[in-house]
Design a protein around this ligand. Structure first.
Ligand code: GDP
Ligand code: IMO
Ligand code: MG
Length: 429
């Protein structure tokens, strides 16, 4: 069985959930390996639209085991409302399991995230305000709470005695926010323990070992995207986890040898929500046209997404650091009415004319860079019903094949609409 990782190859919202959902059909185990409810993942199936934030999209198939992995952060209230929503839609959630090593987002995390965003005069990140950064900060500082702590009075008691004095001092003195009493946190934790109880899998090692021994197919589901990766993204305008393929090896409970393929999902253009550099951004009518046709508004926050032409410079970088073995190219149908389509093949420094073929990691110089484009002819045809590669118009095939050449990576899947059926598989997956 082939074990695959689905990775966002740009700044998120590439259509990962659609691809995960398609691949989940043939997987036995789906593991979301990082991030939290900052993600907004849309799946259109059986004439219904599902929006996931934390729960793996594989849950739509009955009988799959779906793990929320150790590398994730969980906001209890968001988890509760997501699960209730799915149950109300008639989705069978009995396969859902939470790794007890996942981290918990506490109210002070969301408060600090909101405070930092609302009060930033400089360096605003434009986060989703879901407490992601502060939760990962505490995890790395070794003062975070894990799901398993909720069921261990001893762990909770000992940890809170260390965490709370520190936390309260910071809340009061740095942020001017209200401190928390131990009683208050303990009673919250009691509530959280109830929310998670039906899903926490203390026996996760056996489940993962059995799946490995029985050669089951594992699908690793990423959130966000390579350019939002904490190590390799446009730091500091990034999220606080590792969406790259390597993140699957740390966040899932399986090591790197369990991974056979890493599918990078990329749109035929680029979008970004929040602040940060974006060399191919279009602040004109073309950008508006892409946003309108592509319905580019955030699933989690409703914010309009910034839009721009496909950027082969960042994408080639994403292939490298994301460990991509092939690409799923989505939303190519958005260009159906376009006369011309541009692709950025290099950056030019407006200060000295220097050409960058490789992605420059110092994002503070990106404001001086302008894209060098090549222009492709549009196909001016509705391609949303095409499911066979050879039936695509010649200009669409030329465009796709040029991208493969630029990225030195095969495009294994082409998506021509949001529905499961609107997909072209170029190899038998
Ligand atoms: P994710 O976060 O990467 O899972 O992506 P989002 O769900 O945030 O955003 C992708 C949006 O594009 C969703 O509304 C999808 O239903 C939609 N979508 C996915 N693939 C395609 C496609 O090939 N064409 C079109 N037109 N829409 C698509
Ligand atoms: P999916 O999985 C797009 C962005 C935020 C902000 C930055 C940091 O749907 O692709 P955070 O709340 O994580 O601290 O915000 O990252 N961001 C996303 N952008 N898609 C996402 O998820 C995102 N998750 C976070 O807008 O710029
Ligand atoms: Mg999204």
């Amino acid at each position: 069985m082939t074990n695959r990782v689905v990775v966002g190859a740009q700044w998120g919202d590439e259509g990962k959930a659609k691809i995960t959902d398609l691949l989940a059909e043939k997987a036995d185990l789906v593991i979301r390996y990082q991030g939290g409810c900052n993600a907004g993942h849309t799946v259109v199936a059986n004439n219904k639209t599902f929006k996931f934030h934390l729960i793996p999209s594989g849950i739509l198939y009955k009988g799959k085991i779906c793990f929320i992995g150790a590398g994730t952060v969980i906001l209890p209230e968001a988890f509760e409302s997501e699960i209730k929503g799915l149950i109300a839609e008639g989705v069978d959630v009995s396969g859902l399991k939470i790794n007890p090593l996942a981290s918990i987002t506490m109210p002070y995390h969301t408060e600090v995230d909101g405070y930092s965003e609302n009060n930033a005069t400089k360096g605003k990140i434009g986060t989703t305000k879901k407490g992601i950064g502060p939760t990962y900060t505490d995890k790395m500082a070794r003062i975070g709470l894990k799901i398993q702590d909720l069921y261990s009075p001893e762990a909770l008691n000992e940890k809170l005695d260390i965490i709370l004095p520190l936390k309260n001092k910071t809340l009061k003195e740095v942020y001017g926010l209200e401190p928390y009493s131990k009683e208050c946190i303990l009673s919250l934790c009691e509530k959280y323990a109830e929310i998670f109880k039906p899903y926490v899998c203390f026996d996760w090692q056996t489940v993962l070992e059995d799946a490995k021994r029985d050669n089951k197919a594992v699908l690793f589901e990423g959130a966000q995207g390579v350019m939002l990766d904490i190590d390799y993204g446009t730091y500091p305008f990034v999220t606080s986890s590792n969406p790259i393929g390597g993140g699957a090896a740390t966040g899932s409970g399986y090591g790197p040898k369990m991974i056979d393929e890493v599918i990078g999902v990329a749109k035929a253009y680029v979008t970004r929500v929040g602040e940060g550099p974006f060399v191919t951004e279009l602040k004109d009518e073309t950008g508006n046209k892409i946003r309108e046709i592509g319905h580019e508004f955030g699933v989690t926050t409703g914010r309009p997404r910034r839009c721009g032409w496909f950027d082969a410079v960042t994408m080639k970088y994403a292939v490298l650091v994301g460990g991509l073995t092939s690409i799923a190219l989505t939303k190519i149908d958005v260009f159906d009415s376009f006369d011309e389509i541009k692709v950025c093949t290099a950056y030019k420094d407006t200060r000295d004319g220097k050409i960058y073929k490789n992605y420059p990691t110092d994002v503070f110089i990106h404001k001086y860079l302008e894209p060098v484009y090549e222009t492709h002819k549009g196909w001016k045809q509705d391609i949303t019903g095409i499911t066979v590669y050879d039936k695509l118009p010649e200009n669409a095939k030329k465009y796709l094949e040029r991208l493969e050449e630029l990225l030195e990576t095969p495009i294994s899947i082409v998506s021509v609409g949001p529905d499961r059926e609107q997909t072209i598989f170029r190899k038998d997956i």
